[in-house]
Design a protein around this ligand. Sequence first.
Ligand SMILES: Nc1nc2c(c(=O)[nH]1)N[C@H]1C(S)=C(S)[C@@H](COP(=O)(O)OP(=O)(O)OC[C@H]3O[C@@H](n4cnc5c(=O)[nH]c(N)nc54)[C@H](O)[C@@H]3O)O[C@H]1N2
Ligand SMILES: Nc1nc2c(c(=O)[nH]1)N[C@H]1C(S)=C(S)[C@@H](COP(=O)(O)OP(=O)(O)OC[C@H]3O[C@@H](n4cnc5c(=O)[nH]c(N)nc54)[C@H](O)[C@@H]3O)O[C@H]1N2
Ligand SMILES: [Mo]
Length: 779
Amino acid sequence: MVRTNPHVEEADESDIEVGKPKEWAAGVPGVIHSMQPAIKHMGANRTRKTLLALNQKDGFDCMSCAWPDPGKRSSFEFCENGAKAVTWEATPVLVASEFWAEHSVTDLLTRSEYWLGMQGRLTEPVYKPADSDHYQPVSWDKAFSLVADKLNGLESPHQSAFYTSGRASNEAAFAYQLFVRAFGTNNLPDCSNMCHESSGWAMGQTIGIGKATVAYDDFAKAELIIIMGQNPGTNHPRMLTALEHAKENGAEIVAINPLPEAGLKRYKNPQEVKGVLGRGTEIADQFMQIRIGGDMALMQAICRRVLDAEAENPGTVLDHDFLAKHTQGLDELKVSLSQLDEGAVLEATGLTVEEIDELAARYIKADKVIITWAMGITQQKKGVATIKEIINLLLLRGNIGKPGAGASPIRGHSNVQGDRTMGIWEQMPPSFLDALEEEFGFDPPRDHGIDAVETIRQMRDGDVKVFVALGGNLVAAISDTHAAEEAMQATDMTVQISTKLNRSHAVIGKEALIFPTIGRTEIDMQANGPQFVTVEDTVCAVHPSHGTVDPVAPNLLSEVAIVSRLARAVLGDKVNVDWDGFEANYDVIREHISHVVDGCENYNEKVRREGGFVLPNGPRDSRTFSTPTGKAIITVNDLQPVERPAGTLILQTLRSHDQFNTTIYGHNDRYRGIKKGRHVVFVNPEDLAELGFADGQYVDVRGEYQDGRERVLRNWRIVSYPSARGCAAAYYPEANVLVPLEEVAEGSNTPLSKAVIVRLEPTKGDAASSAAAAKASIS
Ligand SMILES: Nc1nc2c(c(=O)[nH]1)N[C@H]1C(S)=C(S)[C@@H](COP(=O)(O)OP(=O)(O)OC[C@H]3O[C@@H](n4cnc5c(=O)[nH]c(N)nc54)[C@H](O)[C@@H]3O)O[C@H]1N2
Ligand SMILES: Nc1nc2c(c(=O)[nH]1)N[C@H]1C(S)=C(S)[C@@H](COP(=O)(O)OP(=O)(O)OC[C@H]3O[C@@H](n4cnc5c(=O)[nH]c(N)nc54)[C@H](O)[C@@H]3O)O[C@H]1N2
Ligand SMILES: [Mo]
């Protein structure tokens, strides 16, 4: 059954229900809830072929996050949110041809992300000419030639930018970066610029590689796991199973977060009897409710206690052999931390001395420690420095390069790490560019390209005129929504390769195209038969992903086919690349990957091994650190807490349980007790009392950053919530209007999405009329 043009109701934000936050995550309701919509819309056959193939060895890789697959898999190797992602993609609800005549671009601009996504899958290429307010169906050939003419008419290739979102496969990503570099630019911004960029920089500079130094099995061997700035219950639910197993093996778990997130407290595993019937597993042995941005001070305070303990009992605390053989910089760290201001630490963290002592004691007691982190750490002014402090702490006791220990950034998009490995980065090192040159016989550009924030700036300033996106929704995902929208609308042409509609199809250049593509769930049939793609998870394991259901519509092309045909149309014979061969048989691309990408030798053979293969990782495998000195570098970083002027709050922008980044599946946030709405701001009850506001009141949330632009969310409902003092929260992407484009993390240029200084102001009028106004102003 194929359904077209459904009627979708916009959310009525006046009707928000607020209940108590949940104390536990997952559980049976999770999986049952998630099965219902799938079965309703997809039919039993398509449901079976997708959900049961999820994360199985002959199935496809779940696109909901980059958490790895265990060696031993259950037949339900997915979580509630993975099932939502699959259903969202594989449900055969289609955007029909008439849609484009019925809905102008101006009309699409008034629609919410929820409404746009719920229109269903895109089915044919469409083009919006400069003199029209409507997209219109167009042939694939015509669509490619329109883009080719525009790109080839630019004065310089640097007037174009080619964005990638982290769902693209390794094969699509490799072909895409090759096309872009052959065209002549390194302008390859990606979602990682807004995500784990701080992790990449901090780890690259200290241990020589920007990836996790742990394998999946290390979680079961760890004695202590510290989870910082991450909400696994919603965003990496399968991680909870690994944490549960770690606990069964005796590990302690410490969670550091301004919010008491459900998954960090208790977990009911839907796949085990005690999860079904019992109270589940208590996850965190210690929960530290830190202030936003306080993690760097906390890490310094723990390092200081480790050093003090060693001074008291010399030879018993530090891993002297490891430090002497593999690291540099210990003495400088000692000097610097001897001056650490404990008062400043308590102020920055909001924690007590006892809590900090307790964590230090746990750290010193454990021989094998893993520290994981995500967006609560990376999207901070001091994100890079904070991660360097995490590395310092791990190095002091040799917790890198031994079983059960390591640094583990938990990546977001399912293949964001693989895309980087394949060359999606505006700053790929010369060794990669040399290998490309050797393999394909052209001279790749050597100057660094621009990242996501810089792309917005250059579009705003008229320097970038053509924007192409391999997936994603940049205009909604980047900071400063209104500035970003103006920038996007100032371009000559925008091109989106997408599965479904989103805001980036409404906020467009003078001319615009949409290229519809098949998704990961779907069978990818090419001239040489069905093709599989490959992906890399957060612990560097590479494996194949095979679609299992027929594409929702006949006129879709795979990402590889779109990129290859676009490249051929733009480049003609300029470079000697067999684009037809790429499209017909992905082994051809993989053969090139083996020659160009480090660690991918014999790629075609290795990815076909049972379970794929794990990329080499110097620190993890052999304590080899490819820094300039060959040693891991212990660093000294200046503490600089987030400053909060009187009367303001530090606001973080985060994910609800019913969304995947800018994709909104529904309007509930089950674990935080929110139903039927997203326009809420979570504030600590004592802060509310101090500021003179009440739970349930409607307010304007106004950004404090001053540059002449007004940044405000109007008519948001206050939810009294047990967040750390002074720290509020609201949902991304709606709250992106508050994050200034100029406010970025030092060293990584990542928008400060977790630390926006805001002021609450009473909304004029009563709640009901305010809510009606909010509804009208949905953007
Ligand atoms: N279902 C689902 N899964 C997803 C995604 C999704 O949207 N939906 N997105 C994917 C992507 S791309 C990513 S990057 C990941 C994101 O995964 P997360 O990083 O878990 O995502 P956020 O919702 O941004 O949550 C940030 C967490 O950090 C905490 N935090 C905020 N500020 C601080 C701080 O200063 N210190 C500390 N210690 N904690 C802080 C917040 O309270 C929150 O718990 O998830 C991936 N998986
Ligand atoms: N304020 C604030 N801003 C943030 C964040 C935050 O925490 N707070 N988080 C940041 C983070 S961590 C990230 S990763 C970015 C995310 O930024 P993006 O990756 O740009 O955004 P997504 O919402 O993941 O992109 C969703 C769109 O991708 C398309 N899509 C889905 N599947 C496929 C596919 O298989 N192929 C193709 N070609 N297209 C597909 C669909 O059209 C869908 O609408 O946002 C960042 N922005
Ligand atoms: Mo992300």
